[in-house]
Design a binder for this molecule. Structure first.
Ligand SMILES: CC(=O)[C@@H](O)[C@H](O)COP(=O)(O)O
Ligand SMILES: NCC(=O)COP(=O)(O)O
Length: 240
């Protein structure tokens, strides 16, 4: 069963364009869950250009599903996550000035760092996931970090899907299969949308969670948030 976690970063991007509190990010988290989201994802960045650290604190009491905080494990991020204690933390190797996430961890080069950070989060009762690409060797090494899950970085799937869906999905199907065999749970995200989601869910197993933000919040401009969440959930359910 694949769960839909809605990433609400882009709600905060609109709010920040004007200052003030419209749209209200906390209310968006409440409403996404009322409309069927099975989790809320936020990815605070060091410049706080969308979700701010204070938003993360404010949203936490409203979470009745699953709270997933993504980010690079800097000292400030580490403190925030430990204070807020989400259900899941997803570690992403983004440099501070990244426009958006564009790569997974090198789980060989950063293994000792990841091991240390993951052990600390798990000791605080937080499930860990690490952002990875589909290189099978790096997924084997991901297991050695002690992480509970990996999140497959799906931008390469999304960009190739429009040309050749089968070729696009194959590396992801293989990566998820291997992860499952070696005892890792699997999440996925980045640039998933209404066109490519069903095919991905149909072919990639296991797949515990997809986190979707940019396309879903953009679709909500046309169809409304409630409809859109139902549309994404239907894509996941139709893939079964
Ligand atoms: C890890 C990942 O793929 C997403 O969190 C994505 O990076 C969203 O971040 P932005 O909303 O800053 O693009
Ligand atoms: N982890 C991926 C995520 O939260 C959302 O990515 P995107 O849909 O905004 O590209």
């Amino acid at each position: 069963m694949t769960r839909l976690s809605v990433n609400i970063n882009k709600i905060a991007t609109i709010r920040n364009a004007r200052g003030g509190n419209i749209p209200d990010v906390r209310l968006a988290a409440i409403n996404c869950q009322r409309y069927g989201a099975e989790g809320i994802t936020v990815h605070p960045r060091p410049d706080e250009r969308h979700i701010r650290y204070q938003d993360v604190r404010d949203i936490k009491p409203e979470i009745v599903t699953e709270f997933n905080i993504e980010g690079y494990p800097s000292e400030d991020f580490f403190k925030l996550v430990n204070e807020v204690k989400p259900n899941q933390v997803t570690l992403v190797p983004d440099p501070p000035d990244a426009l958006t996430s564009n790569a997974g961890w090198d789980t060989v080069k950063h293994k000792e760092f990841l091991k240390d950070v993951i052990a600390k989060f798990q000791a605080a009762g937080i499930r860990t996931s690490i952002f990875v690409e589909t290189d099978l060797e790096l997924i084997r090494h991901a297991k050695e970090t002690g992480t509970n899950r990996v999140e497959l970085y799906t931008e390469p799937y999304a960009s190739e899907f429009v040309n050749d869906p089968l070729r696009a999905v194959e590396p992801f199907a293989k990566a998820a299969e291997l992860a499952g065999q070696i005892g890792l749970e699997v999440n996925a995200g980045h640039d998933l949308n209404l066109d490519n989601l069903e095919y991905f869910v149909k072919h990639v197993k296991p797949l515990h969670e997809v986190s979707i933000g940019h396309a879903l919040i953009s679709d909500a401009l046309y169809f409304g948030l409630e409809n859109v969440i139902q549309m994404y959930l239907r894509k996941i359910h139709d893939a079964r």
